[in-house]
Structures are given as C-alpha cells and as structure tokens.
Design a protein around this ligand. Sequence first.
Ligand code: DGL
Length: 261
Amino acid sequence: MIGVFDSGLGGLSVLAAIARALPQADLIYLADTAHLPYGTKSDIFIRERVLAIGQHLVTLGCDVLVVACNTATAAAVEALRQQHPQIPVVGIEPGIKPAAVDSRTRRIAVLTTESTSRSERLRKLIRDHAGSVAVDVEACPGWATRVEMLEFDDPAFATEIAAKIAPLLDSGIDRLVLGCTHYSFLAALLNPLIDGRAELVDVAEAVARQVMRISGIRARGNAQLYLLATAAPERLRSALPRLGLDWLAAHATDAEKLVDL
Ligand code: DGL
C-alpha cells in the first residue's frame, strides 16, 4: 500500500500521476487540512506533522511513503527516512534540473511557498543543478490557500497571478517551475498569461515514475483508494471535479475519513 500525503489538495496532482502509472496499486491519500498551509509554518512544526502522518500511514499498512509536498520534503523528508529506515520514502522537489537543462534563455523562475523559498534544500538544489542558469525564486504567499478554497474564478487572484508572472517573463525566463504541488492546479490560469513565452515545469509525472521504480511488488494491489483528512474530509472528494480529477473519485473506496492526528 502506497501512502501519499500533503497539507491539502495539492498532492492530489501527484496522487493522480501515481494512480495513472500504477493502476493496480492500493493507495491512501492523507490531507493534513487541519494544519494547512504548511508554507507559513516553522520547520519544527512541519517536521512534527510529517512524522506523525508518516507513523499513521505506516500503522495503516503503508510500505511506501510519498511526501507529495515540496514544503514538507524540504523541511522533513530526511527525518521521515530516519524514522522509517525500512520503508522507501519518495519526496518532491522543484524541477530546477530539467528546467535548467532545457532553458535556452539561461534564465528560469521557480514559484514556491514562503517556507520552501527560504529552505537550505532549495538553495542546494539550485547550487547543484542550475549550473550557469539564473534562477529567480518567487515565494507566492496565499496561493496554496487560494487553491484550497478553489478560488480559480476570482478576478483578484487572476490579477495577483498576472502581476507575479509579468516581470518574470519580461526578464526573459523560458521555464517556470511549479515548486508547490498546489500550483499544478493553476496551470489553466498560468498558461494563457505565459502565452507560449515559457513552459511550465511540473515534476508530478517524474515522481510517479520514481514511485514505480522503487515500489516493486509493493505496488501490486486491488486498485483501492482511501481518502483521509485531518479536517473536512468530504471536501477531498467534492473538490476532485474542480481539479479535473473526476476519474479519481470513481476509484475512491468507501467514504472519506476524518483522522485525528
Ligand atoms: N502543497 C505544498 C507544497 O508542495 C504546500 C502548500 C502549503 O500548505 O503551503 O509545497
């Protein structure tokens, strides 16, 4: 059983990619909705949440863990690996490497939460993989919460996104890295603004391939999907159509469950 988690809806973009790559796998998705957003929290707080969630998922029978959250990966993936040395743990990090390799203008930008933008792990990722490509790190306060509230049609949000993206495009970037899993669901708002001047870089599919590589027989199952949340679990299923993931709803087993963690 593969356990996938995030602060809220964002990790569903990764869950969907895993469900497509491993259609037979049994999956649990846990959204820590009682504690979102993670992006404004301290590393210590995020680490406590990640360890509590990891332990809960292992207790439920998960033998692969996927941290479907860039913020939680930056703050706590190593601590989670130490807590469960016998279990493969896959994290997600912004696609700096593929963006830098593909950039022709030698200038890229990455959109992240406040926490990820400050993280040593992101600085190291850029040092190790951007080479001579210039990387603009842009924190996007409030965006994950906007996605969580499904505010895709709010004109004020569209204006805020446009104001963030325009100077990046003017500076000559040709790759825009989505460094928070919630932002995958903003592609429909971002693409018309970008209008072919840059490409979005989302690593959800790459994470799913990594999960496929390390899972082996652990990915054999009965295509069960359980949806759990620490608050308002019913919102998980009802959000799926707005996120373009109606097909996942059909796979979900039983009712969504509230977990007290
Ligand atoms: N989806 C998360 C990420 O990838 C975090 C969003 C949040 O809770 O701030 O960073």
